[in-house]
Design a protein around this ligand. Structure first.
Ligand SMILES: Nc1ncnc2c1ncn2[C@@H]1O[C@H](COP(=O)(O)OP(=O)(O)OP(=O)(O)O)[C@@H](O)[C@H]1O
Length: 436
């Protein structure tokens, strides 16, 4: 389906724009993605034989495991879901729940495709939406000349703030049946709302909105009318089967260690339930059956206590590619702040820019932010690059509050300012536990 054919080198350099370091992990996912493209080039018999080489990412929290996978999926325009493996060890867990992962992936695929197809029909949908706005403004019986004069006013944005009443489709409820006593087993069940929707036209809901806000709603509706929904569903399943990516976090937490029992029983149960998904099975979804054979699984965990060898042997075999991600150090933090696209610094500068405030971070400031993040990580808990978010938020707290009164001003943030705003707090272990 996807014509994307980036070489591994191109994939890595694309990931480099957002993620600092972690070369091995980037290379591994780049090869995995390229292998999918290679597989697509094979003739169909051989293509069915090639199974994905799933990846096990080993590394502490907050060092880029999820980010690499998510960016990869985005680059490949592939449906993506992230699931915590521990979720399935919770009370009330019923074996089949793991299949929900695939159903969620299909939903991701549907919305991805729908967005893409909507864009393709955007121009036409826009024209149809305009007609509906005009209907709401002048009614269907108005003379052509009145209609045209309103059309001109509309196009020159003169009517943006005028309120109109539009009729939009009623929100679709989740009309899925559940089998009593089998929560979560709503897989292949009949979607009632879907059936009713087809049999009877559901009445719309009237909403009063401003002209300028009506467009987005109406364009989406008109675009959906132009789409072939059945084709979207079929294509989404194809997309999921051949390009879907599942990120399974905290896989180390469902390991069973020697000499322990109790909770470990359910952990091993989860591994056994996950196995067929990874080995390849067919899951029923409300859009139709989905084969999981070629879905790429990226499992991840810190493996501080358990080791990959504590996983079920079958599972180990299904995660043949092992990559280690290293803990981040001071220089990494500096680069994350300075060099990445859409870095936190760039985000804050842009956000304050909307208030007419120019934020100017000195190199010294960045250095001190990184230094404090490292210090707090080692003193309290190492949460990796996530620490930058809490530190930055605290740092700009005051500026952020006062920004609307400071239109036109330039505020320089230097090392001293960072020390003043965050440094003292960081020195107080008890306080920083709550705030940073
Ligand atoms: N190497 C890195 N370069 C740039 N940003 C990073 C890096 N590592 C982490 N981050 C940022 O830190 C945040 C957390 O990272 P991420 O979600 O990838 O953690 P993780 O390694 O998957 O941890 P966990 O296993 O706890 O989910 C994200 O906002 C991410 O952008």
């Amino acid at each position: 389906m996807s014509e994307l054919s980036f070489s591994p080198r191109e994939i890595v350099s694309e990931l480099d724009r957002y993620i600092v370091g972690q070369k091995d992990a980037k290379r591994a996912v780049a090869v995995a993605l390229r292998n999918r493209w290679r597989r697509q080039q094979l003739d169909s018999d051989l293509r069915q034989e090639v199974s994905p080489k799933n990846i096990l990412m080993i590394g502490p929290t907050g060092v880029g495991k999820t980010e690499i996978s998510r960016r990869l999926a985005k680059l490949a325009q592939a449906p993506f879901v992230k699931v915590e493996a521990t979720k399935f060890t919770e009370v009330g867990y019923v074996g089949r729940d793991v299949e929900q992962i695939v159903r969620d992936l299909v939903e991701a695929g549907i919305s991805l495709l729908r967005d893409k197809r909507r864009k393709e029909v955007q121009a036409k949908a826009h024209l149809q939406a305009e007609e509906r706005v005009l209907d709401a403004l002048v009614g269907q019986s108005a003379t052509p000349s009145t209609r045209e004069s309103f059309r001109n006013k509309l196009r020159s944005n003169e009517l943006d703030d005028k309120e109109i009443e539009i009729e939009v489709a009623a929100p679709q409820g989740n009309g899925m049946f559940e089998i009593p006593g089998m929560p979560g087993a709503n897989m292949g069940m009949i979607d009632l709302s879907d059936m009713l929707g087809k049999a009877f036209k559901q009445p719309g809901v009237k909403r009063t909105v401003k002209v300028k806000d009506s467009y987005e709603i109406l364009i989406n509706e008109e675009a959906d009318k132009l789409l072939d929904q059945d084709k979207v569903k079929a294509d989404a399943i194809d997309l999921v089967e051949n390009h879907g990516i599942v990120f399974l976090d905290e896989i180390d937490k469902i390991c069973v260690r020697d000499g322990r029992s109790g909770g470990d029983v359910s952990r091993e149960g989860v591994q056994r339930d996950l196995l067929p998904l990874i080995e390849g099975t067919t899951v029923s979804t409300k859009y139709g059956p989905v084969k999981t054979d070629h879905i790429l699984f990226i499992a991840s965990g810190a493996f501080h206590v358990a080791k990959p060898s504590d996983l079920l042997p079958e599972l180990q075999g299904r995660l043949p590619i092992r990559v280690e991600l290293r803990a981040l150090v001071h220089e990494d933090f500096v680069r994350i702040l300075n060099d990445t696209d859409a870095s936190l610094i760039k985000q804050y500068v842009a956000l304050m820019g909307t208030e007419g405030v120019t934020l100017d971070f000195t190199d010294d400031a960045i250095d001190v932010i990184a230094e404090l993040a490292v210090a707090i990580n080692s003193k309290i808990e190492n949460i990796g690059a996530r620490r930058l978010q809490t530190v930055m938020e605290k740092l700009v707290e005051e500026i952020s509050f006062d920004a609307p009164d400071k239109n036109g001003e330039t505020i320089q943030i230097d090392g001293d300012y960072v020390r003043k705003q965050v440094g003292e707090l960081a020195g107080d272990t008890d306080l920083s536990r709550f705030i940073l």
